[in-house]
Design a protein around this ligand. Structure first.
Ligand code: BGC
Length: 805
């Protein structure tokens, strides 16, 4: 079918056009049957596809966190991830994925650090472009986000970023520009924050002049959820779609603004054209079809990406891979209950999670004895009620009459936007999690309510809570995505089944509006004394040949909605590692965190393996790597500090509403190098299970100011391996104000034992350019390094790079 946008526009009156520019609900745009347009459905992103129902009873494939994906340094793998997400999106009726997040790791305290790729704009751009290409090849749109300088969460709805144009261009805009150029995204999401005096949903200069004008972006610009504030300014400033609905600054209010002469209809037509182009691209116009997506095994890909992302930071005496030890002590709460993804809108619910303990037990070689001990428990929230529970969700009307029941795999209800079955928000009076618990142990059981509103909790006929839970100071999104848990206790006896009921009363004000029903029942049996738990773990470690300690962050640490305050591991985890390492020289620490944490014990343990938030198959991938079926393939996409206090850039707190990016272009390794402080591990670091000798480096200038680089290298080990060849540039006559070195390209190679391979890397002219009112190529002598990591160059040569054409 031809895409005749003028004919379609001609059939729409002003009200229909402006309706299309506003959400009809939280996740969708209205259908327009008069032109054969179906409702366009959007959904987060980035590690899975949530779908319009954000609930565990509609599970999603859950891939490793974006930091993990970036740690693979493999845009082709990112493209395969995009492909499987397109497949998931189609399965869930989603047309546009609200991803990828390509803001930068400016400070390790950034709450959404786990959700962004890297401190380096080039690596971010390459991974993001692969991801977008993969999703869109499956006929599903993307919204590259959050445009721009949305690198922290404090005061996130109102904060303003004060940033020099040069810094914006060379760092924060660069990944967006690269992705627009290489992957032609169908959407961009305008951020909550402001930049240099204008909020991003109204930023005519960046949206209209730079994004559309200079870069040629032809897609649609959607607001971040609730980010659009002003009808006229947003329409004139370049925003096309205001989300969520139904009450937005667009829709009827936009039609009024046109009728009042404040916005001309030509602007509306341009906005509608861009949304119709999106509709055409995703197949929402009758007669157009989305390209077919081939069936990919998502669970297997989740496992592959996880092991390819794991970064082996340290491996003394080649303790890894484990060589059939007699016995393994597995320690730490996260070994049994890992943190597989970060918090906030990126949260999805997987069907199955393989914990480290499950993964290691499944793959355990014959004759190896594995024992587990909790050791230290950093969790500050209770696990969701599931073990020992049989639960149902019951919906009732205002009179308490049952409307419907639904099976509930765990004690969590999330009915946001859409309600299950035939329920309507107007008829709903209460929702309850009801059923039984058969306790495994006698003693004091703890129950948690996570949710905001009016609740009654009854356990074994006893009312433990009846009243309102409120959280002060939370913004409207965080109020739902990060509600604090309230705890109540009661004595129960092992094996004696009791009735459980947690009732949530739906506020009458919700009638006629958006369904926003989200609450959770947490539970824990009697908790061991922390001192005794530590002793037991140390005793187990002392007796075992190898100790594997899993440590990491918790739901309270890494999430959208707030920034971190510290990089220290929560709870007694540092003490656990230190004490275990003192009794077992073969201590392997597995770090389960989406962003940097301090590891004061790092030089006292045999190995440190960073597994990020590894998604649903993390435990299986861990077994692959620890037992040596595969090598860990990751390289740090961000410099890892020894201590927060050492970080050259860390502040995420706006002052009087403004955060000044006063460090300019010096973030990440650029800043560490300038500050002359050694981090714990530099950008690009990561060990495999084989060695590499770099044998030759040749650089051929291309006449356009860039160059073609060839690197030869040999696998010197005894097994097949992969190496990420990293190319860094250093200007020889350092032109004041420029970083000392920067990443100019990279390539992945694979080779068998003794085999020699060649990596080909292009240095784009842009890598040799600076922003100086416009892009200016800086001709001169450059040292080109072929490196294993930022701190480990293997071969260097000097060339003159200039535009000769
Ligand atoms: C987040 C976005 C997300 C949106 C919809 C916002 O709070 O900042 O990243 O796509 O919610 O869930």
């Amino acid at each position: 079918m031809t895409f005749d946008v003028d004919a379609m526009l001609g059939k729409l009156d002003l009200d229909a056009k402006t309706r299309l520019l506003a959400g009809q609900d939280v996740w969708t745009l209205p259908p327009l049957p008069e032109i054969g347009l179906a409702s366009i459905v959007m959904s987060d992103g980035p590690v899975g596809v949530r779908g319009v129902r954000w609930t565990p009873d509609d599970p999603s494939l859950t891939l490793p966190s974006p930091t993990a994906l970036a740690a693979t340094w493999d845009p082709e793998l990112a493209e395969r991830v995009g492909g499987v997400l397109a497949q998931e999106a189609r399965r869930k009726g989603v047309d546009v994925l609200l991803a990828p997040t390509v803001n930068l790791h400016r400070s390790p305290l950034g709450g959404r650090h786990f959700e962004c790729y890297s401190e380096d704009p080039l690596l971010t751009g390459h991974i993001g472009a692969g991801y977008v290409a993969g999703v869109q090849a499956g006929g599903v749109g993307t919204t590259v986000k959050h445009f721009v300088a949305n690198d922290f969460e404090t005061e996130r709805f109102t904060a303003e970023v004060d940033v020099a144009e040069k810094t914006l261009r060379e760092l924060y805009l660069a990944p967006f520009e690269y992705i627009v150029d290489k992957a032609r995204p169908w959407g961009i999401m305008a951020a909550y924050n402001g930049v240099n005096g204008s909020t991003m949903t109204e930023h005519g200069r960046l949206l209209n002049d730079v994004l559309r004008g200079e870069w040629g972006f032809d897609g649609f610009v959607v607001s971040d959820w609730l980010a659009a504030r002003h009808t006229v300014n947003a329409a004139k400033g370049g925003l096309d779609v205001a989300m969520p609905g139904p009450k937005t600054v667009f829709g009827a209010r936009l039609a009024e603004a046109v009728r009042a002469g404040d916005v001309d209809e030509q602007t509306i037509d341009d906005m509608v054209r861009r949304v119709l182009l999106l509709a055409h691209r995703v197949g929402a116009l009758k007669g157009t079809t989305a390209p077919l997506v081939s069936e990919v095994d998502g669970a297997e890909l989740a496992r592959e990406v996880a092991r390819r992302s794991f970064v082996l930071l340290r491996n003394e005496n080649d303790v890894l891979p484990l060589d059939k030890p007699r016995s393994i002590a597995v320690l730490g709460a996260l070994a049994d209950d890992p943190k597989i993804l970060g918090g906030g809108s990126a949260t999805v619910f997987p069907a199955d999670v393989v914990s480290p303990l499950d993964g290691l037990r499944t793959a355990l070689p014959d004759g190896v004895d594995l024992r587990y001990s909790l050791g230290a428990d950093p969790r500050t929230t209770l696990p969701t009620a599931s073990d020992g529970f049989a639960l149902t969700a019951i919906a009732r009307d205002g009179e308490g009459r049952e409307l419907a029941t639904f099976p509930l795999p765990e004690g969590r209800i999330r009915w946001i936007g859409e309600l299950p079955g035939e329920l309507t928000i107007d008829a709903l009076g209460s929702v309850e999690i009801a059923g039984t618990l058969t306790p495994e142990a006698s003693g004091e059981h703890i129950f948690g309510i996570t949710g905001a509103g009016l609740f009654t909790l009854t356990v074994a006929g006893k009312t433990l809570f009846d009243g309102a839970t409120v959280r002060e100071g939370a913004d409207v999104v965080t109020a739902v995505t990060h509600v604090e848990e309230q705890r109540y206790t009661t004595e129960l006896t092992a094996g004696e089944r009791v009735d459980i009921r947690l009732v949530y009363r739906v506020p009458p004000a919700m009638a006629g509006g958006i369904a926003w029903i989200s609450f959770e029942l947490g539970h824990s049996g009697p908790i061991a004394d922390p001192g005794a738990a530590l002793e037991a773990a140390v005793a187990l470690a002392a007796d075992a040949e190898v100790a594997v300690v899993v440590v990491g962050t918790t739901a309270d640490v890494e999430s959208e909605g707030f920034d971190r305050k510290t990089l220290a591991l929560p709870g007694k985890q540092d003490e656990l590692v230190t004490r275990v390492a003192a009794v077992n020289p073969r201590t392997v620490v597995v770090v389960n965190a989406g962003a940097p944490v301090e590891m004061p014990w790092r030089n006292d343990v045999a190995a440190v393996l960073l597994v990020w938030f590894p998604g649903q198959a993390g435990g299986a991938a861990l077994a692959d790597v620890l037992f040596g079926a595969h090598e860990p393939g990751g390289r740090l996409p961000t410099t890892w500090p020894e201590r927060l206090a050492d970080c050259p850039v860390w502040n995420v707190e706006p002052k009087d509403g403004v955060l000044h990016y006063e460090e300019g272009v010096f973030i990440g390794y650029r800043a560490w190098e300038r500050a002359d402080v050694a981090p714990a591990y530099w950008f690009g670091h990561g060990l495999g299970y084989t060695g590499w000798e770099y044998t030759a480096l040749s650089v051929e200038p291309d006449g356009d100011g860039g160059a073609d680089v060839r690197v030869r290298l040999r696998n010197t080990g005894t097994r097949t391996g992969r190496e990420v060849v990293q190319i860094y540039l250093t200007p020889v006559d350092i032109d004041g104000g420029r970083p000392a070195r920067w990443l100019a390209g990279f390539a992945n190679v694979e080779a068998g034992p003794g085999e020699e391979v060649e990596a080909a890397v292009r240095i784009e002219s842009r890598s040799v350019s600076i922003w100086d009112d416009s892009w200016r190529h800086v001709p001169g002598e450059y040292a080109v390094e072929a490196a294993h990591s930022y701190a480990n160059p293997r071969l260097t040569t000097t060339v003159r790079l200039a535009k000769t054409g």
